[in-house]
Design a protein around this ligand. Structure first.
Ligand SMILES: O=C(O)CCC(=O)C(=O)O
Ligand SMILES: [Fe+2]
Length: 284
């Protein structure tokens, strides 16, 4: 995994790493210890009790009765201002503009907390590819030549082999298929190692999963999903946020919430006149 800092950030080089290289890069020290502490405090507070929330790729843990050792916190924008700063960090915005197009959106911002003893996930690929174990439900000849997803994992705790750093198989994004048992994921995987404040950016088509936390410390991260403007987002964020939040959102946040791209729209009730085509480009 190549390492960049804010000073050496090179969006074009990162695009090449994500599509043609291993599929992941590390942005070192993107967030300050203060920001990480603030985010971590919210995540711990919001997941103090084991009240079950929806989670993903945890079928085995659910069967074994260990699902409460992995906790999610959803709808983070509503839970602390720091998460808006994280989602719209200028370095992430620059990379995502180069990777997903300038009008990209955010599909989800959530925390994944793995407690000591917590189980790992099933090796998988991310939304909107996450159900490609049913390939017939996706368009014929879909492939990984261009991206429909990018993930940012902001580390809130040390990501080590013991704590359960995300595992991934470099280069597998090129195949664009759901990993099978016979792919020997666990024999072939590398790990996304880093320190609090580091951010891993990866193409969610690369085979990956959270790993078991065999340490005595917590392992938490903020997971942000970015999507091209035309992909239906995973979380309905505008519906989950207070109306005042949406009304006061910055231009970057409005873009991330998908508010700049009006479809689907009730066209029968839309403002009359020409709404698309070259001559409309500046009007929106
Ligand atoms: O928390 C992690 O290490 C990865 C989580 C993940 O890949 C997911 O939930 O889709
Ligand atoms: Fe994932």
């Amino acid at each position: 995994m190549k390492i960049f800092t804010q000073e050496t950030l090179d969006p074009e080089a990162i695009v090449a790493e994500l599509l043609d290289g291993p599929g992941a890069v590390l942005l070192r020290g993107l967030f300050t210890p203060g920001e990480i502490a603030e985010a971590r405090a919210v995540v711990m507070r919001e997941s103090e009790d084991a009240a079950p929330k929806v989670t993903h790729f945890q079928g085995a843990a659910e069967q074994e009765g260990r699902i409460a050792l992995q906790r999610r916190v959803w709808n983070l924008l509503a839970k602390g201002e720091v998460f808006s700063r994280m989602a719209a960090h200028p370095a992430l915005m620059a990379v995502m503009r180069a990777f997903l197009g300038t009008e990209f959106i955010m599909g989800s911002i959530a925390a994944n907390r793995i407690l000591p003893g917590g189980p790992g996930q099933e090796p998988h690929i991310d939304y909107p590819y996450w159900d490609m174990h049913k390939p017939e439900s996706h368009p014929v000849r879909i492939n990984g030549a261009f991206p429909l997803n990018a993930q940012a994992t902001i580390l809130l705790d040390p990501f080590t082999e013991e704590t359960g750093a995300t595992a991934y198989v470099p280069g597998t994004q090129k195949a664009l298929r759901y990993p099978a048992e016979s792919d020997r994921f666990h024999e072939r995987c590398s790990r996304m190692l880093g320190e609090p404040g580091d951010t891993v950016v990866f193409f969610g088509a690369v085979w990956h999963c959270a790993m078991p936390n065999r340490s005595r410390q917590e392992r938490s991260a903020i997971l942000i999903q970015y999507l091209p403007k035309f992909v239906k987002p995973m979380e309905d964020m505008p519906a989950a946020l207070p109306r005042a939040f949406v009304e006061q959102a910055s231009p970057e946040l409005r873009q991330l919430l998908g508010l700049n791209y009006p479809y689907p729209e009730v066209l029968d009730a839309a403002k009359a006149g020409n709404a698309e085509g070259r001559r409309m480009m500046t009007a929106r």
